[in-house]
Ligand binder design. Sequence first.
Ligand SMILES: [Zn+2]
Length: 67
Amino acid sequence: MTAYSNGVEIACDGPDEETACPNSAAVRARFGSLTARQVRADGRKDGWTTRRVPGHLRDVCPTCRTR
Ligand SMILES: [Zn+2]
């Protein structure tokens, strides 16, 4: 058994549909957060948001959110 698991990675989808995130940011998951839902909850504490667009969710980091 490994010491820790990366679980899922929630990466920033950028400030808008055409622009890639300048920071290539990803949520740092807390210990024990393994599912996408748990990791998104971690991200919200750091200012991450999700935007619902047709077909999928976009994850937006705190930097992109303010643009
Ligand atoms: Zn971003």
